[in-house]
Design a protein. Structure first.
Length: 111
């Protein structure tokens, strides 16, 4: 399972291969922009648990979309617990905007 409830992302520990779409809208977004999705233990931590860059966004309904998904190896890095995630926008390797500063990322135990 990989789902969103508001800004909170919830997944079951060990799950992988599922996709969760993110739609970015705004006047200063280009299909060539890069978006970094980062997970940390908490908002004060400097240690990154998981980070992935998304490029070549698809254009859908006046917005740009990327799909968050985890490989088996990536999923194994995110064990049971609560984390925070954020999304930042870059253009030509230069920071442009913080899309989402901090939101909950929950990893639940499966039955």
């Amino acid at each position: 399972m990989l789902k969103a409830s508001g800004k909170t992302i919830i997944m079951n520990e060990g799950d992988y291969g599922l996709g969760l779409p993110f739609k970015i809208t705004g006047k200063d977004v280009l299909t060539t922009d890069t978006f970094k999705f980062t997970i940390k233990e908490n908002e004060y931590s400097d240690d990154i648990i998981y980070e992935k860059e998304f490029t070549n966004l698809s254009n859908e309904d006046d917005g740009f979309v990327f799909i968050l998904s985890f490989s088996k190896e990536e999923s194994e890095k995110i064990s049971f617990g609560e984390y925070v995630y954020g999304i930042k926008q870059y253009r030509n390797d230069k920071f442009i905007n913080t899309i989402l500063n901090k939101a909950k990322f929950k990893v639940e135990k499966g039955v």
